[in-house]
Design a binder for this molecule. Structure first.
Ligand code: KIV
Ligand code: ZN
Length: 421
């Protein structure tokens, strides 16, 4: 048992390392194993969390929130296991702003070399009145006491003002100032119910950034109830936030959290407008997304940005034609940059001759102009009533028209096979 007065963990890490980073550095706080895990169909066992943690570490997340130790034995065990397995990683554990939770989080982080205690309490009137049944003064005191207690265990304490975006601003400022005085190094302002819109959230974040100056890092944590979690997070970074809390595939409470892959790739792809750096190995994004899908009960929807099945698929003829001539006509990112093996040309009713000719060649058929016309004619008739044609169906059609078989081992067959995904 750790004595609350004895700072036993990770004091040596301090924050001096951060001074080496430029002001444009944005920290990626991954909460797939905590906020993500606490949503329907997403709960994970400790071995599953360890498996996922391996991907997150490989990806290069800055802070890995591994669980909410007071919530269950499993959560406690997972935080402990991740801390032991990845001693060089900054591991966070969540705790409500009360003694029991903070001490439990501290115990779970006992083996962590770089522990972060993340304590939170709601600050909006609606939460105070109906959920906590506490006054503003009581909440302020609980927040400061929890932060001060957590500082007995680690230098690295984060405070979250739950439902910050629906909190009266002067009170929120008072809470932020007070928790920083009490020792919080990171102040997180969650849009807990996904209610904010980008301009409004940026105003709020800018105001708190100006208030706290270099006394604390301002963090954002956005839920996607209105589909704005990523937009809000990025608007906040432009306003001075330097930590984004997010999850793989955007999993999380209700509609989820900001998707890690989307915030990271937006900053990378639109560096002209969002000149910020992360240390995410973006080539590992797709692998992390697939790993999560294998562990939980659902994957991203096909049209999900970055990691969805269709994110790099082209079906419309005009698009295919442009893409085959020059990829950048219809692709703003190289699929390899996010770990997607290749783009996909989907042959369906909107596809054109160029794509069909290319696919036939990939399958080992070199068609004359006349043959292509005939194959294309028959293809459009079939495709009109289908969702798309697989490679074996294309091959059968070409064979039927030309009366011959394709190459047994056609060049590019391997790549093309993936195109039937
Ligand atoms: O959404 C939220 O407010 C949270 C906090 C606990 C950070 O998940
Ligand atoms: Zn949340």
């Amino acid at each position: 048992m750790i004595s609350p007065t004895r700072p036993t963990m990770g004091m040596e890490i301090a924050f001096d390392k951060e001074q080496e980073y430029p002001l444009s550095r944005v920290y990626i706080f991954d909460t797939t194993l905590r906020d993500g895990e606490q949503s329907p169909g997403c709960s994970m066992t400790t071995p599953e969390k360890l498996k996922m943690a391996a991907h997150l570490v490989d990806l290069g997340v800055d802070i890995l929130e591994a669980g909410f130790p007071i919530a269950s034995e499993g959560d406690f065990e997972a935080v402990d296991a991740v801390s032991k397995q990845y001693p060089w990683v900054q591991v966070a554990a969540l705790a409500r702003a009360c003694t029991l939770d903070v001490e439990r989080a501290a115990r779970a982080l006992h083996h962590a070399k770089r522990p972060r205690i993340h304590t939170f309490i709601a600050t909006s009137d609606v939460h105070l009145k109906f959920k906590l049944r506490k006054t503003r003064e009581q909440v302020l005191n609980d927040a400061c006491a929890a932060v001060a207690l957590a500082r007995n265990y680690t230098d690295d304490v984060e405070f979250s003002a739950e439902d910050a975006t629906r909190t009266q601003i002067e009170y929120l400022e008072q809470v932020c100032n007070a928790v920083v005085e009490a020792g919080a190094r990171t102040v997180n302002l969650p849009d807990t119910v996904g209610y904010s819109v980008p301009e409004e959230y940026a105003d709020l974040i800018g105001r708190i950034v100006r208030l706290l100056g270099d006394r604390a890092t301002v963090s954002v944590h956005c839920h996607d109830d209105l589909g704005l979690a990523v937009a809000n997070s990025l608007a906040a970074v432009n306003a001075g936030a330097r930590q984004i809390e997010c999850t793989i595939n955007g999993i999380g409470e209700r509609a989820g959290n900001a998707a890690l892959e989307e915030v990271v790739m937006t900053m990378k792809t639109r560096h002209d407008r969002l000149p910020f750096e992360t240390k995410i190995n973006t080539e590992k994004l797709y692998g992390a997304s697939r790993a999560l899908t294998d562990i939980i009960t659902f994957g991203p929807q096909p049209n999900k940005a970055i990691v969805g099945e269709n994110a790099f698929a082209h079906e419309a003829g005009i698009h295919q034609d442009g893409y085959l001539k020059e990829k950048s006509t219809y692709e703003i990112m190289d699929p390899a940059s996010v770990g997607v093996p290749e783009s996909r040309i989907v042959l369906g009713k909107h596809s054109g001759r160029h794509a069909l000719k290319q696919r036939a060649e990939d399958l080992g058929f070199h068609l004359t102009g006349e043959q292509l016309n005939e194959v294309y004619h028959q293809f459009t008739m079939i495709a009109d009533n289908k969702k798309g044609l697989r490679n074996d169906e294309i091959a059968a059609l070409v064979e039927q028209v030309t009366g011959r078989r394709g190459d047994p081992e056609p060049v590019g067959a391997q790549a093309t096979a993936a195109n039937t995904r």
